[in-house]
Design a protein around this ligand. Structure first.
Ligand code: NDP
Length: 315
């Protein structure tokens, strides 16, 4: 049978390119989990994904209620789940004030981390029960959350501190909209959320890999400087960022190439190791990359897991 893969945020950028790459193999039913149905439908058509290889299901990660409804709807569909790709993200680098999810969490961490955390917890059993020859759960990471890299050292740097802001509910009323309890900074909130994604992947691996046989992985697909992720940035940045990445840092990859990379992590037999953060060198060969100290801190991963469980209502 064909494999079933859910990709969040498949209506643009990396998610769409990955949906296309997997759909084209003819071996996958791609479930595009998107907040905007019409946009997703148009996107799928625009890149030529054929009807029999995809479906669209509504998911708004900035509402835990929507995440629950999505998981219920998927379970009711009776389809097994063979791969889950947590890809959607928002980046609000110029925001002066925090904005919030339906449940009142700062929007970047609330969407990118907490929404995906609940989604993956709710769908874990479905993947565990699948009879597919291999099962994979992937959370898209980023170099920007990794302070052991040049890009990760551009201020403001990611730093979760002692997680006091998160423990306090991640809203400005009680405490702080930032995980570390500091002043709101939209660019840092995004980077923090990516550190959470990478820590979450490792904690999943630790808790569930042996028991379930699921491969847990994260990746940095390269700098896809042309995606919608930068839509909130100032116009000059949007103009200069792609050529800067292409010619100066040489970290630039096209959406198509990045989609192929993520599709490899979903289905390539040679990328089956669990607990790995994948990257690609300039010849597009994959390798197991090192995470920064914070993004591989086992104690922090455990604490993040426990606080997140409370915030999303699982504990
Ligand atoms: P895009 O902005 O093009 O895509 C983000 C996707 O997330 C869109 O489909 C968007 O939906 C969706 N999304 C945003 N908020 C929500 C929500 N509340 N509920 C459901 N879906 C939502 O960015 P990219 O393709 O660049 O980003 C994809 C991933 O790649 C992210 O995890 C990002 O961190 C990561 N990444 C990107 C890099 C880059 O250079 N671009 C580098 C490293 C990692 P909609 O279409 O409705 O807006």
């Amino acid at each position: 049978r064909k494999g079933n893969v859910i990709i969040t945020g498949a209506s643009s950028g990396l998610g769409l390119a990955t949906a296309k790459a997997l759909a084209e193999t003819g071996k996958w039913n791609v479930i595009m989990a998107c907040r905007n149905f019409l946009k997703a439908e148009r996107a799928a058509k625009s890149v030529g994904i054929s009807k029999e290889n995809y479906s669209i299901m509504h998911l708004d990660l900035s509402s835990l209620e929507s995440v629950r409804q999505f998981a219920d709807a998927f379970k009711r569909s009776g389809r097994p789940l063979d791969a889950l790709v947590c890809n959607a993200a928002i980046y609000l680098p110029t925001a002066k004030e925090p904005t919030f999810t339906a449940e009142g969490f700062e929007l970047s961490v609330g969407t990118n981390h907490l929404g995906h955390f609940l989604l993956s917890r709710l769908l874990l059993d479905d993947m565990k029960n699948s009879d597919y020859p291999y099962k994979r759960f992937i959370i898209v990471g980023s170099i920007t959350g990794n302070t052991n890299t040049l890009a990760g050292n551009v201020p403001p740097k990611a730093n979760l501190g002692d997680l006091r802001g998160l423990a306090g509910g991640l809203n400005a009323l009680n405490n702080s909209a930032m995980i570390d309890g500091g002043e709101f900074d939209g660019a840092k909130a995004y980077k923090d959320s990516k550190v959470c994604n990478m820590l979450t992947m490792q904690e999943f691996h630790k808790r569930f890999h042996e028991e379930t046989g699921i491969t847990f992985a994260s990746l940095y697909p390269g700098c896809i400087a042309t995606t919608g992720l930068f839509r909130e940035h100032i116009p000059l940045f949007r103009l200069l960022f792609p050529p800067f990445q292409k010619y100066i840092t040489k970290g630039y990859v096209s959406e198509e190439e990045a989609g192929k990379r993520l599709a490899q992590v979903v289905s390539d037999p040679s990328l089956s190791k669990s607990g790995v953060y994948w990257s690609w060198n300039t010849n597009s060969a994959s390798f197991e990359n090192q995470l920064s100290q914070e993004a591989s801190d086992a104690e922090k991963a455990r604490k993040l897991w426990e606080i997140s469980e409370k915030l999303v209502g699982l504990a």
